[in-house]
Design a protein around this ligand. Structure first.
Ligand SMILES: [Zn+2]
Ligand SMILES: [Zn+2]
Length: 144
């Protein structure tokens, strides 16, 4: 970015705050854990002048500030979560649907002790499988 591209520092700052908040809002108003690309699309709809790089940087900043969470998904792009309280996730390996799993429904196993001096600070569990929509209709109902 060229120096002096913006007339006043204040205007520029207000613009980046607006873009940051738009990124945060885009995430909080949905619970489907969008990818960075999907967040970019909704921010663009609200503030068309926002660049992809700005949205990616803002997501990074929101994660660092612990206002949002990043949910890594093996083999797919990371997903973002507007809910920061501890909870787990279910990922459909067919369609990529990512939904919240409440700890009350699936209590987390006790973490192992003595990990060679490593200290556990957080635990995140991701369950993989087929969602209702992707599960074959003939699937046994015993798994429900
Ligand atoms: Zn699915
Ligand atoms: Zn979540």
């Amino acid at each position: 970015m060229k120096a002096g591209a913006y007339a006043a520092g204040e205007g520029r700052e207000r613009r980046s705050t607006r873009q940051l908040e738009a990124t945060y809002r885009a995430l909080c108003e949905r619970d489907d854990h969008p990818s960075a690309e999907q967040v970019y699309a909704s921010v663009r709809a609200a503030l068309p002048s926002t660049s992809r790089g700005t949205v990616y940087r803002n997501l990074q900043k929101l994660v660092e500030d612990e206002r949002i969470r990043v949910v890594p998904v093996a083999g797919r792009s990371a997903r973002y979560d507007g809910r920061v309280e501890p909870h787990d996730h279910f990922v459909c390996t067919a369609c990529g649907d990512l939904v919240d799993v409440h700890r009350a429904d699936a209590p987390v196993a006790k973490p192992p002790r003595g990990l060679g001096g490593h200290r556990i600070e957080a635990v995140a569990v991701t369950y993989f499988g087929l969602c209702r929509g992707c599960r074959p209709a003939t699937s046994p109902r015993a798994m429900d």
